[in-house]
Design a protein around this ligand. Sequence first.
Ligand SMILES: C[S@@+](CC[C@H](N)C(=O)[O-])C[C@H]1O[C@@H](n2cnc3c(N)ncnc32)[C@H](O)[C@@H]1O
Length: 245
Amino acid sequence: MSVLLVGAGPGSADLLTLRAARALESAQVVVHDRLVDPSVLALVHRDARLVNVGKGPGDGYTQEHINLQLIDLAQRYERVVRLKGGDPFVFGRGGEEWLALRAAGVDVEVVPGVTSALAGPSAAGIPVTHRGLSRGVVILTGHGADDDHVVVTGLGRSELTLVILMGVAQRARLARELIADGRPASTPVAVIERAWTSSQRTRRGVLRQLGELDVHAPAIIVVGAVAALDLSETLALAGSSASVA
Ligand SMILES: C[S@@+](CC[C@H](N)C(=O)[O-])C[C@H]1O[C@@H](n2cnc3c(N)ncnc32)[C@H](O)[C@@H]1O
């Protein structure tokens, strides 16, 4: 009994790893999330069973239910793929599924994917580290915050790039907390919606404006000096000797 935990990447199927593409082509069952792009699902063999366990608002799939379903499928099929957006181990609950499967005696292997945390910024021409601007990057979630819970602490004063997943709903609060924590209100921000899909869109501004930006999930929020860059523009201008300051 075994399950492959496969990263589907952020969108377009040509960002899958070769290992992931092979796993999809040979799977008998593919249990997938809501955010997995149709171009990725199109690689699944036509005789395979597709099971959508996307946890949208109001649908009944709890993590517990998904774990049990995976165990059940592993007992009935030889080649089961659990397909998760981006990378299974970056806010994908892949670790929980791994533990639940192992506890039930099911072998698990992971196939890493291109995470939206890094591919989202790059889709907008933003390098998350850049000599002279950012010496490192922190990936965090804006999800799960309630009134008593501070989303960000100790990251305000640092100059690290912040990449925030699941932060759209809490963006005004994230900005307030970061500014209170010492990050200048004039720090550049960028929000990249649906990166690497045909409906990708980027909004830019500064930290004090983050709450007012018209943005929609799923999106990646980038906070830091690099968020002002758009290297795709710079490259287009390279012939006319433009450079990044
Ligand atoms: C549950 S997390 C899963 C992250 C995933 N495991 C990964 O590595 O990309 C879902 C969040 O990822 C981000 N996300 C996933 N795909 C995205 C995309 N194509 N464009 C922008 N953000 C994306 C959004 O912040 C979304 O709310």
